[in-house]
Design a protein around this ligand. Structure first.
Ligand code: SF4
Ligand code: SF4
Length: 322
């Protein structure tokens, strides 16, 4: 149960678990005193503090709200992209999809649509493999990057555009792959059943159909999937990983890689400092495959660890996708 910042008992636990370079406690104190604190731009919105706070303070939501008047270069870029392209990034090509009246839609998200289309191809292949008929929609940004910078009303407007198209097609279930899109769409669980592909594949027992190799593999947990959606997603992910590889869990696999909350766009050197420890840990494991289930983590980690894979793609390839 989340509660307001007034419930803070100043234990400092949020500071101890934070992977980034800010004091959440100081930000909350200053906000209560009516002062602004630029340090809040350093929050990756990983929600580790919220998961550990004994008073249940909704720290991340408060930090996002504190950013609502900030206009850093990174925030400007996000706002400009959304107003120009309807996407959080500049599209490399227009999105071309075929809409059909279906009960299931697959929602990919901006990074997958415009930077990592192999994820959408792999999910489409696996949904076909499972016999699930689905539609795509001409997506606009789900609003997650806007929520991260406190532009809650604009985020809702973007999300509603997508939901309106899905309603017109008779969609009841939305399959997702991006952690940020998933947690954003889940705010509309009363209207749609929102299911991340890991949950879906687990329901179908897909791990029993995968072939195992003796390759060593490890995996970064995405913050928004593990903490905002459900820790169970990583139980399912590890089951799928163990069905294909000699799976080795990273130390603190849920520690943020530094990509989230707009930090990578806003302060690339901070995002790289936050990534450095994870890179050392991955190298120490000497894994053949390094995997994640988040497009943003994948892009960020790949800069230092070329070839980081996405679990949906590895699963589809294991099932015959080329
Ligand atoms: S963990 Fe919660 S109660 Fe403790 S200082 Fe942080 S916000 Fe306050
Ligand atoms: S959400 Fe993560 S980065 Fe932000 S204050 Fe909490 S622990 Fe630190």
């Amino acid at each position: 149960m989340s509660s307001s910042p007034e419930k803070c008992v100043k234990c400092g636990i949020c500071e101890m678990v934070c992977p980034s370079e800010l004091s959440a406690l100081r930000a909350l104190d200053e906000d209560r005193a009516g002062k602004h604190n630029d340090e809040v731009a350093n929050c990756t919105t990983c929600n580790r503090c919220v998961a550990s706070c004994p008073a249940g303070v909704s720290i991340t939501k408060a930090i996002e709200r504190m950013r609502d008047q900030m206009l850093t270069p990174g925030y400007r870029e996000t706002l400009a992209n959304i107003s120009t392209y309807g996407a959080s990034i500049v599209p490399a090509q227009p999105m071309a999809v075929e809409m059909k009246s279906r009960r299931v839609a697959y929602f990919a998200g901006c990074l997958t649509n415009y930077r990592l289309p192999d994820i959408a191809g792999a999910i489409g292949y696996t949904l076909d493999y499972l016999g699930i008929e689905f539609t795509r929609i001409p997506e606009v940004c789900c609003g997650s990057p806007l929520n991260r910078i406190g532009r809650f009303d604009l985020a809702k407007t973007m999300l509603e555009k997508n939901l309106g198209v899905m309603r017109s097609l008779g969609v009841e279930t939305v399959v997702t792959s991006c952690p940020g899109c998933t947690s954003t769409l889940m705010e509309y669980q009363d209207d749609f059943d929102v299911v991340h592909y890991l949950d879906l594949y687990d329901r179908y027992g897909l791990s029993r159909e995968l072939s195992k190799s003796d390759k060593k593999a490890t995996m970064q947990y995405p913050c928004h999937l593990y903490r905002n959606v459900s820790p169970y997603t990583m139980v399912a992910a590890e089951r799928l990983m163990a069905a294909m590889y000699d799976y080795r869990r990273l130390p603190d696999p849920d520690r943020c890689c530094g990509a989230g909350g707009g930090v990578r766009r806003n302060d690339v050197s901070l995002s790289r400092r936050l990534r450095a420890k994870r890179v050392d840990e991955v190298r120490a494991l000497a894994a053949d495959e390094v995997v994640t289930t988040c497009p943003q983590c994948r892009i960020h980690l790949s800069e230092a660890l070329p070839g980081v894979g996405e679990l949906s793609v590895l699963i589809a390839r294991n099932l015959g996708y080329r």
